[in-house]
Design a binder for this molecule. Sequence first.
Ligand code: SAM
Length: 232
Amino acid sequence: MRTELINDIIGWDTANWSKSLDYWNQKIDIKGKNYNCLEIGAEQGGLSLWLALNGNKVICTDFSYFDQPQILQKAKNLHRKYNCERKITYQPLSALEIPYDNYFDIILFKSVLGGIGSNKIKDVDQLVINQIYKALKPGGKLLFVENTAASLLHKYSRKWFIRWSSEWNYSKLKDIVKLFSSYKTLNYKTVGFLGTFGRNEKQRIFLGKIDAICDYLIPKSNRYIMIGVAEK
Ligand SMILES: C[S@@+](CC[C@H](N)C(=O)[O-])C[C@H]1O[C@@H](n2cnc3c(N)ncnc32)[C@H](O)[C@@H]1O
């Protein structure tokens, strides 16, 4: 895939986060299927772009679309750049209340759960994963990629160096796994350790390349990205 396209789909620490696309491609054939898809917390709609370019219909949604038209406009501009607006519709939507039942072949999100998880609502992550379950068709799949608590080094560096880390809930890998007990299957892998420490994208890409070589040396629960496929 071209670098510009990967940047437009993934946007941040692309060397590590783009591994989600490879993993999902291994687990599900999405090419030319015209699947009914929903992206949650899409912001600029990178994953909607990926699905639409592969010949699927997508509803691209975000909570911010309720009151931030400039974010919705960015998503529309991105999709127009690749001439795939015909495959995508837009909707403001909260993951806490998904108004569909047994409807989607594919639901997907990237880096969303942790933001909702900082909410004070009790068991809010579970609520989101249950809402997604309800909205999937039987046999439908959730594709997700999310930050994890990872190592102590990640924990302390987030505390000191990342402005918005107090607004993010970094769940432990084992706690994310538990959310999927009602699903038929959950397959996942973890990737990435150093990439997140880059101060700009150039540094992150460089560190992400080191991660690609060294990932196997890092314990699975210390890697900072979880990539998953859960089937209803
Ligand atoms: C870190 S951004 C990730 C955006 C995009 N998925 C990406 O990876 O570039 C988190 C997104 O979740 C959205 N969000 C926050 N609370 C939400 C909710 N309750 N339902 C749906 N989306 C929500 C935010 O508006 C924001 O766009």
